[in-house]
Design a protein around this ligand. Structure first.
Ligand code: SF4
Ligand code: SF4
Length: 353
């Protein structure tokens, strides 16, 4: 059976038009966004990096929050710390950046929480069945709350070719060590010039693979199991990871994490904002970023595979460069694997509202 994907066209850049399109989606999907009195509802967002201006705007996020609050439920916005250096690498900078970019409580009406703790390391661990990922660490509310709302900005991506709901859940709802494992199966190295010999990585390494050599941390590659703990522990950016990875394996790992996370909720509802569709994702894009497709509109579904498939199908039809045709093989393999794993349905019915 095909999954429904609701679609509201919004081709202009007018904030009013975009809010109007979102309100049509929210009205159409009222039954899919029904929450209990006092229910705590996590709303996954990405505020984008410092220079990114194309992430889902505070006004659109606020419109979703108001819909949840109108039911006397209690929404909160959340994200997790990113792998690479920058303000979002820990909760201190990430929270300050959220406030600066307009996602503070006074503007949105819901708090913004960095859900994996101060250094991106706090969460619960789970062991997965056979696949490309054996173990995940996710924010501790996963498995304790009933509902999840995922707000994603549709963009290109340097590895997977397309970043939408699946990537938002897989990367954005896992702690830094699990992000590292999704990005790379290769083992980290220490940049000796940056190492202060603080010893934090040595204490946290579960297999005693790190020692001090000539007053600098040294990783014994034959012992290292690639868990990523040292990456989280080092606050001096002295632990480096390999960003080059087989794109298809990277995508499969993301699917497995997204599948695990989504199964921990009774109800998942995803909204994808398909305008300002940049070639780079919101971690890398800036105000002069090249576009990969024209503005399309807003899509929503309780099936994140159908939602991502419908969005890339529309992006291909409205492409302004060869980016999506060129990367099709990679994101198609991601969606096919997602369908195969049971994360969702590749077949969808587009319902225009
Ligand atoms: S945590 Fe970082 S700075 Fe401290 S010893 Fe390890 S690599 Fe060096
Ligand atoms: S990745 Fe894990 S196992 Fe390898 S050195 Fe770092 S903490 Fe130790």
């Amino acid at each position: 059976m095909k999954s429904n994907v609701y679609f509201a066209k919004a081709i202009s850049s007018s904030p009013q038009d975009r809010i109007g399109a979102l309100q049509r989606i929210l009205a159409q999907c009222a039954e899919l966004m029904r929450y209990k009195n006092e229910e705590i509802v996590p709303v996954k967002i990405t505020i984008g990096d410092v220079d990114c201006v194309y992430q889902v705007s505070p006004e659109l996020v606020k419109t979703v929050v108001e819909t949840i609050r109108a039911q006397q439920a209690k929404p909160f916005l959340f994200d997790t710390s990113v792998l690479y250096h920058g303000m979002r690498q820990n909760a201190v900078g990430h929270t300050a950046l959220a406030q600066r970019k307009g996602y503070g409580y006074e503007k949105i009406g819901a708090p913004f929480i960095v859900a994996d703790g101060v250094l991106g390391n706090d969460g619960k661990e789970f062991y997965l069945e056979a696949g490309h990922i054996k173990k995940v660490r996710v924010p501790s509310f996963v498995g304790m709350l009933e509902s999840l709302v995922v707000l994603s900005h549709a963009t290109g991506h340097i590895v997977s070719g397309y970043a939408g709901a699946i990537k938002n859940v897989a990367m954005g709802m896992s702690c830094r060590a699990t992000k590292q494992v999704q990005h790379s199966s290769l083992k980290p190295n220490v940049i000796t010039e940056k190492c202060t010999s603080c010893g934090c990585c040595i204490k946290i390494c579960p297999v005693q693979a790190i020692s001090l050599k000539e007053k600098k941390a040294f990783i014994d590659q034959s012992r290292c199991i690639g868990c990523g703990e040292c990456l989280c522990a080092c606050t001096f950016n002295a632990v480096s990871i390999n960003w080059e990875e087989d794109p298809v394996i990277f995508c499969k790992r993301m699917v497995e994490v997204a599948h695990f996370v989504s199964r921990q909720f009774k109800k998942v509802f995803c909204i994808t904002f398909a305008f300002d569709i940049t070639k780079e994702c919101d971690c890398m894009s800036h105000k002069n970023e090249k576009m990969a497709a024209q503005n399309i509109g807003i899509l929503a579904s309780s099936d994140m595979v159908s939602l991502d498939k419908a969005t890339v199908d529309l992006a291909l039809r409205h492409k302004v460069s060869d980016f999506f045709p060129d990367t099709k093989k990679v994101y198609t393999s991601m969606l096919e694997y997602a369908g195969h794993k049971g994360l969702g349905n590749l077949e969808y019915r587009l319902v225009e509202v």
